[in-house]
Design a protein around this ligand. Structure first.
Ligand code: 4G1
Length: 232
């Protein structure tokens, strides 16, 4: 899977080289191309933004610079995503859907955003990571790359994908590892029993109860899902 990221701050993406995504890059399972929008400024001072028409605070990214940057990358069937607070909030369903694409172009805004005309011209979809203020679309782009890459074959082992809580819409059951006794607290007995059927049912109950208490909104959806998927 290929990600082309159009950004004014490519250095922010260095963190992606560590951990699981770093491995995925080394193994060529994912490819992340960082394209610096500033490289496409024709201005002698490499200016990429200007004051908003109509007045107001801050700066707006120029459409011509963003467009030249966009045109510099091969298009094929790539989908252009603008990370923006105006997009629908990213969720696991959307993540799965995006993982079926082979090429995504991620556009990151900065300052007060990007001139609307170039957005109208090149953007296929707007996606937000949540309702709060940020200084730019770079962290959202990284969130998208991280969440989508997990679904690329070979990035995770299949087992962790199937077993993850969100695959059934529930939160995760509590996890324990050595030592068997930590600060006077022992591990739930069932987990030491070796009875895999009992362990599985204990974990399911834990997942359901935790979801019911901590995320009643998710639990509601889980129940609805159970009803519609039930074989009659
Ligand atoms: C109005 C949040 C403005 C922010 C309302 C989530 C936020 C991109 C995202 C803003 C951004 C709210 C995101 C705001 C983001 C231009 C550059 C937009 C930074 C910018 C709730 C600033 N998911 N924010 N505006 O934060 O890009 O993707």
């Amino acid at each position: 899977m290929r990600f082309d990221v159009l950004t004014l701050f490519p250095e922010m993406f260095e963190g992606i080289n560590s951990s699981i995504l770093g491995k995925a890059k080394e193994k060529k399972l994912i490819e992340i191309n960082l394209i610096n929008i500033r490289d496409f400024s024709k201005d002698k001072h490499k200016k990429v933004d200007d004051t908003p028409y109509g007045g107001g605070a801050g700066m707006v990214m120029r459409p011509d610079v963003v467009y030249d940057c966009y045109k510099s990358i091969k298009k094929d069937s790539a989908k252009v995503i603008y990370l923006s607070p105006q997009g629908k909030t990213l969720n696991q369903e959307k993540v799965k859907q995006l993982s079926k694409e082979s090429h995504l172009i991620l556009l990151c805004g900065h300052y007060e955003g990007i001139d609307q005309r170039v957005l109208d011209k090149i953007v296929d979809e707007e996606i937000s990571i949540g309702d709060y203020c940020l200084t730019g679309g770079e962290l959202p782009a990284m969130v998208l790359i991280d969440s989508v890459s997990r679904y690329v074959k070979g990035v995770l082992n299949e087992k962790s994908l199937d077993e993850e809580s969100f695959s059934n819409g529930l939160l995760e059951y509590p996890q324990y590892t050595r030592p068997e006794i930590f600060e006077g607290q022992s591990v739930p007995e069932v987990l030491l029993s070796g009875n895999h059927q009992n362990i599985a049912s204990w974990r399911k109950t834990q997942s359901e109860n935790i979801t019911k208490i901590k995320r009643p909104d998710l639990f509601e959806k889980y129940i609805e899902n159970m009803k519609t998927n039930r074989v009659l």
